[in-house]
Design a protein around this ligand. Structure first.
Ligand code: C2E
Ligand code: MG
Ligand code: MG
Ligand code: MG
Length: 284
């Protein structure tokens, strides 16, 4: 049954994503060179506690600082990085950079945590938990400060092998979040089998929750589901004060989105954090 679901899902994923993904193409050589020359940079987007407005975590979002084309967003190159089997190299690089920044950040904000996006190819590798642990050890970071964000396709693609890796990661103390929840197949199956600690409600639902009853129903169900399965709930794509207030009423734990802050370079984040708590409290 699972294999069947896998097959249906991978077929679906390809069909659904190919038109968007083939818009821009880079050659294998371009991408290898970009990795070798360390042209990838990180922006960070805060995640806040809805109850208190405190910054609880920052999500690392990769960008390619192209020498001629300027800043390129991940939707334009992650797929190709995966196709050329370069994703493990990119993820290692991202994790190193992000953990170095987190170590620095913790000297001033010791309770802020870090979320990093990982994909299917990262979590089929049995050495991945060790690699990650080495990076956190080198930076004197407790694994409980790190959350790995996985999309449904990342887990469902190779459910059996990835489950083993996910369990190993949890045993080491790393946290696991299911990203873009509700936008793929078999979400419940995954929640049931994999040791997720957080459920991230997709922007598609958050953004429409005040204008569409069905989107609202889905947001409510996600929050309830998270609570019943002992997971934290995070709403992504929060763009207005009204949505933030409604999420507060619904007892969603965390929020992330343009209403709070756009992703920004590390140096801007350092300026933003000290003012954030006060501002957010005044705003809603
Ligand atoms: P994601 O992890 O679901 O990240 C959320 C995306 O939505 C980010 O786009 C973010 O900038 C954007 N966003 C955040 N708040 C709002 C909002 O209020 N409104 C709207 N309209 N958008 C918002 P970004 O940075 O372009 O990243 C896109 C996707 O690329 C990410 O989706 C993630 O799946 C992937 N990605 C980013 N960085 C990495 C990485 O280091 N490794 C891997 N494997 N994937 C990454
Ligand atoms: Mg994410
Ligand atoms: Mg997401
Ligand atoms: Mg997304």
């Amino acid at each position: 049954f699972i294999t069947l679901l896998d097959q249906i899902k991978s077929g679906h994923a390809k069909k659904k994503n190919s038109p968007v993904r083939s818009e821009v193409t880079f050659s294998e050589k371009d991408l290898i060179q970009a990795l070798d020359r360390e042209q990838f940079i990180l922006h960070y987007q805060p995640q806040v506690s809805i109850k208190t407005g405190e910054v609880t975590s920052i999500e690392a979002l990769v960008r390619w600082l192209h020498p001629h084309k300027g800043l390129i967003y991940p939707d334009k190159f992650i797929y190709q990085i995966e196709e050329f089997k370069l994703i493990n190299q990119l993820t290692s690089y991202v994790l190193r950079l992000a953990c170095e920044d987190l170590r620095q950040l913790k000297t001033q904000h010791p309770f802020i945590k870090l979320s990093v996006n990982v994909t299917a190819d990262n979590i089929v590798s049995l050495v991945f938990p060790e690699l990650l642990k080495n990076i956190t050890d080198q930076n004197n970071i407790n694994p409980t400060s790190i959350t790995l964000e996985l999309t449904e396709s990342a887990v469902m693609g190779h459910l059996t092998s990835s489950l083993d890796v996910l369990n190993r990661l949890r045993m080491k103390g790393f946290k696991l979040s299911i990203d873009d929840f509700g936008t793929g197949y078999s979400s419940l199956q995954q929640l049931y089998q994999a040791p997720f600690t957080e459920l991230k409600i997709d922007r598609a639902f958050t953004s429409k929750m005040l204008v569409d009853n069905e989107a609202m129903a889905i947001v409510k169900i996600c929050i309830m589901l998270g609570k019943m399965l002992n997971m934290k709930t995070l709403a992504e794509g929060v763009e207005t004060k009204e949505i933030m207030e409604e999420l507060d009423r619904l007892s969603c734990d965390y929020a992330q989105g343009y209403y709070i802050a756009k992703p920004m370079p590390y140096s801007d984040l350092m300026d933003w954090i000290p003012n954030a708590l006060q501002q957010l409290k005044q705003q809603y």
